[in-house]
Design a protein around this ligand. Structure first.
Ligand code: SIN
Length: 372
């Protein structure tokens, strides 16, 4: 248990909630000295090297999706969390902007589903990027209204997650993006999970004051497959707990480009994001080499960005964070039951504030912001 956790938590209480509130607190700001930073070596006794399978993926395959050769990845595990793996920014220099552009420009497009669809017509939520770029290219002003991109909170891909019933269904499916499927396949193969089939994705868009409540991802019908998480833009404090709310979580930074793999016993643990923080010095959200080609391979998935796309992505990630979780929903040969699944994603928690509006958002398990 972390030092801070030990001193604020008493036995039997909801330790996760207490530590969530500790890191979410604005005034006075919390002490971050217990937060594990995988980008800095030898920082915590809890951090152990992770074993990868470099033979599972060729250098050419990783380069195609903008990743370094597997032998160069800095991959870690955490004592007490079997199956948890943290890969500290395995992306090739210059390839992150492509993935950020996919998250901001491509994946929010129809037929994918986003939070704006809940109260706007399809024609209004068509071309979120095109309708936002002008606003995002101008210097921010107090009077300017928020762009659609500023108001984007989540996008779902593949089997579209139903936030109300907390289930996936065969009837609400659109093709999963091939590029993200390929990226996920390479990473999971290198982590010892060959044949991973990315079937559902949830993108969460965080502003500086956003948080994500305490939950377990258990709606997928097969839990033997890992859950993958990619982060871009501002950094976050991520809390990884146990199977019970009384288990105090471990706090760690997720910086731009970091990847987490939750498998085995760590696949069904409570986790949350109480706070977004500035990217550390020397760890920019996007590299300045910006729009240059990330790979010279003729069949590369990663393409260079136009100057305008790069400028918008750079501006967005300076103030915001995007997280992508990728899931395999069904095991090999498995299909959806006739009746809706009884697997439920645990209710999001318990953040500060108690308005009906914030309660509604919490029950949706999605990114919660003070102001939208
Ligand atoms: C994150 O934003 O890092 C976590 C996303 C999730 O748990 O769904």
């Amino acid at each position: 248990m972390a030092k801070m956790a030990a001193c604020v938590v008493e036995s039997g209480e909801d330790a996760f909630r207490k530590i969530f509130k500790f890191y979410k607190r604005r005034n006075p700001p919390p002490d971050f000295s217990d937060v594990i930073d995988f980008s800095r070596s030898a920082q915590s006794d809890q951090v152990i090297p992770a074993i990868l399978d470099p033979s599972g993926v060729s250098d050419e395959e990783t380069a195609r999706v903008g990743l370094q050769p597997v032998r160069d990845w800095r991959a870690f595990g955490l004592q007490g969390y079997p199956g948890f793996m943290f890969i500290s920014n395995p992306f090739l220099l210059g390839s992150k902007p492509f993935w950020v552009r996919q998250c901001l420009k491509t994946y929010p497009q129809k037929p994918n589903v986003c939070n704006l669809d809940m109260h706007m017509s399809p024609s209004e939520t068509q071309d979120i990027w095109d309708k936002s770029v002008h606003g995002l290219s101008c210097p921010p002003s107090r009077t300017q209204s928020k762009t659609l991109l500023d108001r984007l909170r989540w996008v779902t891909l593949g089997y579209h997650y139903d936030w109300e019933t907390k289930t996936y269904s065969a009837s609400h499916y659109t093709p999963f993006p091939a590029d993200l499927h390929s990226l996920s396949f390479q990473i999971t193969s290198a982590c010892g999970f060959p044949g991973f089939n990315a079937e559902a994705g949830i993108l969460n868009y965080y502003r500086s004051d956003s948080s994500l409540g305490i939950h377990v991802d258990e709606s997928e019908l097969d839990h033997s497959r890992p859950l993958l998480s990619f982060s871009f833009g501002k950094s976050a404090i991520f809390l990884l707990g146990g199977t019970r709310r009384q288990d105090p979580p471990t706090a760690m930074y997720m910086h731009s480009g970091d990847v987490m793999v939750m498998s085995g016993q760590s696949r069904l643990l409570y986790h949350a994001v109480p706070r977004i923080v500035a990217a550390p010095q020397g760890h920019p959200a996007l590299e300045v080499s910006g729009c240059g080609p990330a790979s010279s391979l003729h069949d590369s998935v990663v393409e260079p960005l136009s100057e305008q796309d790069w400028a918008v992505c750079s501006r967005y990630t300076h103030n915001s964070r995007v997280n992508v979780t990728v899931r395999q929903v069904l095991g090999p040969g498995q299909s959806f039951p006739e009746t809706p699944s009884s697997h439920q994603r645990t209710d999001a928690d318990q953040t500060d504030g108690d308005s009906a509006k914030s309660r509604k958002r919490r029950s949706c398990d999605c990114v919660d912001t003070v102001e939208t």
